[in-house]
Design a protein around this ligand. Structure first.
Ligand code: AMP
Ligand code: ZN
Length: 114
């Protein structure tokens, strides 16, 4: 999608620190990290929010999870623990309208989240 920040990062039109990449998924460091490890895991296909996901997107959405686990292992937080968050819409504070997992770890988190 032309005017989408994460589509541009996936197309390498905007630089990012890439943590993982395959044909369908790219993961890169969040520019404003909320934890020692804070990586965004993104489908290369533009899907605006999980509200817009279709049954045919199930495979790539699943790949986001396995990619997150790979990045967690690579960054050394598989054993200490980590969290995946997906913000959907206004109440959840979604700011970039291209589906992304926030993979966060390297410190303890509270529960429930704010
Ligand atoms: P959300 O609020 O769930 O839409 O999260 C959007 C995330 O994108 C925020 O954590 C931002 O810090 C992050 N972000 C915004 N611009 C960039 C960028 N150019 N590179 C990496 N992360 C970014
Ligand atoms: Zn996009």
């Amino acid at each position: 999608m032309a005017d989408c920040l994460f589509c541009k990062i996936a197309a390498k039109q905007i630089p990012a620190k890439v943590a993982y990449e395959d044909d369908e998924v790219i993961a890169f460091d969040d520019i404003n990290p909320a934890a020692p490890v804070h990586v965004l895991v993104v489908p290369k296909k533009h899907i605006a929010t999980l509200n817009d996901a279709q049954p045919g997107d199930a495979q790539v959405l699943g790949k986001l999870m396995t990619a997150a686990a790979q990045v967690a292992a690579d960054r050394g937080i598989a054993g200490s623990g980590w969290r995946v968050t997906v913000n959907v819409g206004k109440d959840a504070h979604q700011l970039v309208f291209h589906v992304h997992l926030h993979l966060m770890g390297g410190r303890p988190f509270g529960w429930p989240p704010g």
